[in-house]
Design a protein around this ligand. Structure first.
Ligand code: OOG
Ligand code: NI
Length: 465
């Protein structure tokens, strides 16, 4: 029999993301409500701004503008993380960035599995923010050992998922039919289980150590805890959530509203309390509840250089020192004001951001630039002469302070806790079985390649800066 052509990693990722979306809408009806709100606001925004609609039509796929951009899971062991990496590779998703959440009171460290190159991101941008529990941060040694035992007893992947990952690795891909099965099998890992693997007493002990530990250890698998569509107007969706009967978290994470968006802004509706059942010694299930799942939205801006990021971090710290956002939203207005005030220092003009070396940009020849021979000019002269144009490179990664804010607001108010351990990227990469890609180096390389392309253009004799 002739060998079937392999399904592309992009098509598997697209199928997986669509299957996750369907499953999550069924599992969490409030998420369906959020999606409908996002679609309505995106449609209104495009109607009100035909220029934006035209630009998006040229660069993005307008019909998928409100589709999910990311989801998140929390894993319990190094083995789970290693296997998850192999699963994601089949779908063209690679670990990018290292995020230490321990300093923000969350006992995990994380990466994001995502398509890396622009053409793959364009075909389907879905990524999964993946956290690994740091059991070593549990102070109670006995509880730590018990939690490790519970985790060691589970396999979060189906036998079919194991077999198909091995097949993909062996053959270098999966046939379309195997690809379909692969998506179905992998979906099982992300499914919600309303029956815990622990009894109420154990759940309570884990919960008392940290709510996140209870979420990770108590169940058969790492249920997807949120999905995140893209919105064109995050402030408007935030304002309209209550009217749709969903409770937004207190504040939008990230930079304030600006003319030139930077990095990433995110908000979510608060995690829901859901009925679950705990193991009981008499063989019956004991009724209880668990709070973990929510829905999120995101809006992205330009990727910042290390210099830009340092300025961003400093201004955010300044704003938060002035007003620390309360979980109940009581000082949300003050926080917004403090943020806007602090960020007045961050240039809000693309060319200023670029000239100050704060953001990454992709350079290309204008129409005139393609026709003209430029002799020994530098980039700045060529830009001034209208021969070269520049576009912001979109930030495709995450922000630790924002992520911690998302975690915290979905863990309840009392969850903040101090951990002494700092970042440990080496341990994370060891557990992952691979190095994570450095996101700054990646954006810098995209920028550098765009400059090289301008230089290589026929007729161009420009010198690099
Ligand atoms: C992940 C929270 C982080 C984001 O968008 O920053 C995140 C989690 O709650 O597991 O998804
Ligand atoms: Ni998220």
């Amino acid at each position: 029999m002739p060998e079937t052509k392999f399904a592309s990693a992009d098509s598997l990722r697209a199928a997986f993301s669509a299957a996750m979306s369907d499953m999550y809408r069924k599992e969490v009806p409030a998420y369906g409500t959020l999606i409908r709100l996002v679609e309505a606001v995106n449609a209104e925004t495009l109607t009100a701004d035909p220029e934006l609609a035209r630009r998006l039509e040229a660069t993005d796929s307008l019909d998928r503008i409100s589709a999910e951009r990311h989801g998140a899971i929390r894993l319990g062991t190094a083995d789970e993380l290693k296997m998850m990496r192999r699963v994601f590779v089949v779908m063209g998703m690679y670990p990018v960035g290292y995020y230490d959440l321990s300093t923000a009171g969350v006992p995990v460290h994380s990466t994001a599995f995502r398509p890396v190159d622009d053409d793959h991101l364009k075909r389907n941008p879905f990524r999964v923010f993946t956290s690994l529990l740091r059991l070593e941060l549990i102070a109670d040694e006995e509880l730590r050992a018990e939690a490790a035992n519970i985790l060691a007893a589970r396999d979060i992947f189906t036998p079919g998922a194991h077999a198909l990952v091995e097949k993909a690795e062996r053959d270098g891909g999966l046939s379309p039919a195997d690809g379909e099965r692969f998506v179905e099998e992998v979906l099982e890992t992300f499914r919600w289980h309303d029956k815990a693997v622990v009894d109420t007493a154990m759940y309570d002990r884990l919960h008392a150590a940290h709510r996140l530990i209870a979420d990770i250890v108590s169940f058969r698998g790492p249920h997807i805890n949120h999905l995140t569509p893209r919105t064109l107007d995050i402030d408007r969706v935030q304002d309209r959530m209550p009217g749709e009967g969903i409770a937004p978290k207190a504040v939008v994470e990230g930079p304030p509203t600006r003319r030139c968006p930077i990095l990433l802004r995110q908000t979510s509706f608060k995690a829901l309390e859901e009925p679950v059942a705990f193991v009981s010694s008499d063989g019956n299930w004991e009724k209880g509840s668990h709070t973990a799942r929510f829905g999120e939205i995101e809006q992205r801006g330009v990727a910042l250089t290390p210099k830009g990021r340092a300025l961003y971090d400093a201004l955010l710290t300044k704003a938060r020192a002035k007003v620390r956002p309360a979980a109940d939203g009581s000082n949300a207005g003050d926080y917004r004001e403090a943020l806007t005030e602090a960020f007045a220092e961050f240039p809000d003009d693309w060319n200023e951001i670029r000239r100050a070396g704060l953001g990454y940009f992709a350079y290309s020849l204008t129409e005139k630039g393609q026709r003209t021979e430029v002799k020994n000019g530098d980039i700045e002269t060529a830009i001034e002469a209208g021969l070269i144009q520049f576009d912001p490179i979109v930030y495709e990664d995450f922000l630790p302070v924002s992520a911690a804010g998302i975690f915290q607001s979905n863990l309840g108010d009392g969850a903040a806790q101090e951990f002494v351990a700092g970042p440990n990227q080496r341990m994370f990469e060891n557990d992952l079985g691979a190095a994570v890609l450095d996101e700054f180096a990646h954006y810098a390389a995209i920028e550098a390649a765009s400059i090289r392309d301008c230089m290589r253009a026929p007729g161009s004799t420009m010198a690099a800066e």
